[in-house]
Design a protein around this ligand. Sequence first.
Ligand SMILES: [Fe+2]
Ligand SMILES: [Fe+2]
Length: 135
Amino acid sequence: MSLITWTKDQFATNVSKHDQEHQKIFQQVNALGDAVGSGDRSAVGRQLDTLITTVAQHFASEEANFARYNYPAAATHKAEHDKLVATCLDLQKKFHAGQAEVTGETAGFVVDWLTNHIPNIDKRYGPFLNERGVA
Ligand SMILES: [Fe+2]
Ligand SMILES: [Fe+2]
């Protein structure tokens, strides 16, 4: 079952590298939802680890472009990333220690975060980077 679907209208930043990264994240969120639905805890753990790695790499990729082009909103944008990473690492640690479960609600939280962050925060760097030749 798809929890989140990438559409150009809703999610395109017009920076193709980051649009591709977002699509990969969406695939992995959907795979996490499927793993949760299957009830296979070790599959959930594997998918959680994969998703967190991909998200962290994507944040580093955006932040590298911010640094390279002196994006004025870099610090506030990075603060949003850091908050999510901290939440994810905490959950990951607790999950693998058997102190927390990943549920449909967890996947929903990630879906909500992406549905807010990409259109409202990520989309702002599109015109800025496009003007500097990053398409
Ligand atoms: Fe992003
Ligand atoms: Fe971002």
